[in-house]
Design a protein around this ligand. Structure first.
Ligand SMILES: NC(=O)c1ccc[n+]([C@@H]2O[C@H](COP(=O)([O-])OP(=O)(O)OC[C@H]3O[C@@H](n4cnc5c(N)ncnc54)[C@H](OP(=O)(O)O)[C@@H]3O)[C@@H](O)[C@H]2O)c1
Length: 338
C-alpha cells in the first residue's frame, strides 16, 4: 500500500467554465479509521455534472463542498482495513466519498456493492449507483409515460438520457432523442432503438422536433434546460409532463439564466413540470436495480461507460461533461478491480 494519499481539494468557487485552479491535488497522510469506520482504497471515481454544482455555493440540494475541503464524489473502492463489524478487508463498497486514493467510509455513506455476477464491477458501479435509478424514477415516477405516447429526451446519448430513452421504448412509447453529435445521434437511433434523433448543434431544434413529433410531446425528460426546454414546451400536449432532471446548459453560466419564453404553455396545456433528485428515491433503489438488471440481461437496455485513467487527471476529465466530450458514463479508473 502506497504511503501517500493524493487528495483533490476545492480551492475556489468556479466562475463560468471550470478553470484549473478551482481544485488542487495534494499529497497527504493516509487517514486511520476510528471505531465503526473503515479505510477505503478508491478503485473508480464517478464524474457527474453535479460536481460543478457542489463546487459552487448556489442554492442546491446538499450543502456545497466547503472551500479547502476534499472534493466530494461518488466512488467505488475496496476496504483495506475495517473497524466496523459489518465490513471486512476486501469488501467492494460504493457511495458518497471524496476525490482521494484513500478515504474513510462508514455505513452512513457507503454500501457493499454485492455480487455483480458476470458484469464487471466498473459497469455495475457506472450504471446502478446513480444514472440508472435516476432514469428509472425520473421517467416512470415523475414522467409517467403511457403506451403510445411520445417521449422526448435531451442529453439523449448521455448516461441518464440513453437509459431514459430505452425505458420509454420498453414502455411502448415513441422516443425522440436530442444529442450533440452525428455519432451520438446514430448510436441512439441505430443501436438503442430510438425512433428519431435530433442533432441540436447542426439542426433547427424546433423544426426538427415538429417533424419528429407529429402527434406532439407527452413527456419531455429534461436534462439540459435552456433553449431545448423552450422548443419542447411549444409542442407539449394537454396534461403533458416534464421531469426536470438536470439543467446542464446553464451550469457554467455567469449571468442569471432566463426562464422559458414558452412558459404560457404551462397554463394552456395544463402541464406539470416537476424537479426530482434521485436520492429522494433511496429507499426504492432495489426496485430500480431489479428492473434495470432484468432489462439489461434481456438485451433491452444497453449502456456504455467512458473510462479514463488516473486520479491526477480527474479535473481535466470532468470538463468533458460540459462540452459533450464524453461518450457515456464518465468514470476515472484509479485501480481496477475484477
Ligand atoms: N436529478 C438527479 O438526481 C440527477 C442525477 C444524475 C444526473 N442528473 C442530471 O442529468 C443530466 C445528465 O447527466 P449525466 O450524468 O447523464 O451526464 P451525461 O449526459 O452523460 O453528460 C452530460 C452531457 O450533457 C450534454 N450537454 C453539455 N452541455 C450542453 C448544453 N449546453 N446543451 C445541451 N446539452 C449539453 C453533453 O452531451 P451532447 O454531446 O449531447 O451535448 C454531455 O455529454 C445532467 O443535467 C445532470 O445534472 C440529475
Amino acid at each position: 500500500m502506497s504511503e501517500i494519499n493524493r487528495v483533490w481539494r476545492l480551492r475556489k468557487r468556479p466562475v463560468g467554465e471550470l478553470a484549473n485552479d478551482v481544485l488542487s491535488l495534494e499529497e497527504e497522510a493516509i487517514p486511520a479509521p476510528s471505531e465503526g469506520e473503515f479505510l477505503v482504497r478508491m478503485n473508480y471515481l464517478s464524474l457527474d455534472p453535479t460536481n460543478r454544482i457542489w463546487m459552487s455555493d448556489m442554492v442546491q440540494y446538499m450543502p456545497p463542498v466547503e472551500l479547502n475541503a476534499p472534493m466530494r464524489g461518488l466512488i467505488c473502492g475496496t476496504v483495506k482495513e475495517s473497524k466496523h463489524t459489518g465490513f471486512s478487508e476486501g469488501d467492494i463498497v460504493s457511495g458518497l466519498g471524496v476525490w482521494a486514493d484513500y478515504q474513510i467510509g462508514s455505513p452512513a455513506t457507503m454500501n457493499k456493492m454485492g455480487d455483480t455476477g458476470a458484469m464487471p464491477v466498473v459497469d455495475a458501479f457506472g450504471t446502478f449507483a446513480l444514472v440508472g435509478p435516476t432514469a428509472y424514477f425520473g421517467l416512470l415516477d415523475v414522467g409517467q409515460p403511457k403506451e403510445g405516447e411520445t417521449v422526448v429526451v435531451s442529453g439523449a446519448a448521455g448516461a441518464v438520457g440513453s437509459i431514459v430513452g430505452q425505458i420509454a421504448k420498453i414502455k411502448g412509447c415513441r422516443v425522440v432523442g436530442i444529442a450533440g453529435s452525428e455519432e451520438k445521434c446514430n448510436w441512439i437511433k441505430n443501436d438503442l432503438g430510438f425512433d428519431a434523433s435530433i442533432n441540436y448543434k447542426t439542426e433547427n431544434v424546433a423544426e426538427a422536433l415538429a417533424q419528429a413529433c407529429p402527434d406532439g410531446i407527452d413527456v419531455y425528460f429534461d436534462n439540459v434546460g435552456g433553449e431545448i426546454l423552450d422548443a419542447c414546451l411549444k409542442l407539449m400536449n394537454l396534461k403533458g409532463r416534464i421531469p426536470t432532471c438536470g439543467l446542464i446548459s446553464g451550469y457554467n453560466a455567469t449571468d442569471p439564466v432566463p426562464g422559458p419564453y414558452n412558459y404560457g404553455m404551462m397554463l394552456m396545456q395544463r402541464l406539470r413540470i416537476e424537479g426530482f433528485i434521485v436520492t429522494d428515491y433511496m429507499e426504492r433503489y432495489p426496485e430500480a436495480l431489479s428492473h434495470l438488471g432484468k432489462w439489461m440481461g434481456e438485451g433491452k437496455i444497453k449502456v456504455r461507460q467512458d473510462i479514463f485513467d488516473g486520479l491526477e487527471n480527474a479535473l481535466e476529465i470532468l470538463k468533458k461533461l460540459y462540452t459533450g466530450g464524453n461518450q457515456g458514463k464518465l468514470i476515472v479508473r484509479v485501480e481496477d478491480v475484477s
